[in-house]
Design a protein around this ligand. Sequence first.
Ligand code: GLU
Length: 422
Amino acid sequence: MSTVAGPHVETNPWEAQAARFELAARKLNLDPSLWKILSMPAREITVHIPVQMDDGRIELFTGYRVQHSMARGPAKGGIRYAPEVNLDEVRALAAWMTWKCAVVDIPFGGAKGGIICDPKTMSQHELERMTRRFTAELIEVLGPEKDVPAPDMNTNEQTMAWMMDTYSMHMRQTVTAVVTGKPVSIGGSRGRREATGRGVMLVTLQAVKKLGLMPWNTRVVVQGFGNVGSYAALLLHEQGFLVTGIAEWNCGLHNAHGIDVKKLFEYKTANGTIEGFPEAEPADHHELLVSDCDVLVPAAMENQITTQNAGKLKAKILVEGANGPTTAAADDILQDKGVFIIPDILANAGGVTTSYFEWVQDRQGYFWKEAFVNSELEHMMTSAFAEVIRYAESHNVNNRIAAYMLAIDRVAETIKTRGIYA
Ligand code: GLU
């Protein structure tokens, strides 16, 4: 595992985060003390948790929770389960949460967690025991006013239900606001499941409008058909975009006339995969990223657009549904090509924005109608988009650096006003 001071590697997410932070901080002429504070996470926790597997064996899993900043409010961010989880990745994702929450101006800091495991090989019971033990290990640092987890890669509403229940058992009372992304039946928010994809759709609409395109002749390729990619594709399809390609980790689909995403949704539910969908041709999942299209939505994982393929990208608009899908080194190539980027910390902020609505509803004990959730989200996403574009134009920087500048400025202002406790 590399460390913060490790050698430069294009695909190290922490390096990718730090490179953009430095560029933006320099442009902002950020005070050196604030620079120092914001360039490192506030708190990093590593746990090694024993879990009994179904065959009786005890397995030891390593997990992390990194709280990058709590300056603007409770730390906020997802928990991911994957074999590739490592501390640098979790650090980067935690920092991105700080910037993301500041871009959409919600009162949260940033955090992220993860456990090194292969959830595909684990049973539901094993996942439940691992989740509960992880929650118990973190009990002192979690809480509605401290740190509020949510789903991320390979975790879902059920994972959050187990976390909420474990935390509540320790507190001897039901505490719904300790996590977001819960099932609606136990204090989740209507619209949260679709929210990240909906946010992607909302900012894509704004970008298309800005570039003078029309949805009906705008071809979109989406990478990933998990929570973010599937709802982004579905909602873009419903808005009249031509979703011409979908790339999954092991397969791809193409249809020049547009894929009926609603039917694809039904197909995936029935078959567990998009492979073999009869109303599209099979396509190479790597080639789809650089295929002819107008909008590319990487909504899978980090490091998908690198110096290896950035030069070949044909899309005019890149909407980053995933966190960190573009490496810092690829940024320059995309800028030279004139690609209009909606950076991750804006493009995928619909999820955490609706998590904020969920936290508010849980604390009030009053639950909103879905139409209200969606209209509040639309308002927040379109305002944040407009602010980032205004910042980019007035400071003569690209959209990504503009989003970082806007975020860093907001967090720095909070720290300055609060002062340093000594
Ligand atoms: N994991 C999601 C993200 O990366 C959601 C975080 C949240 O809702 O707290 O934005």
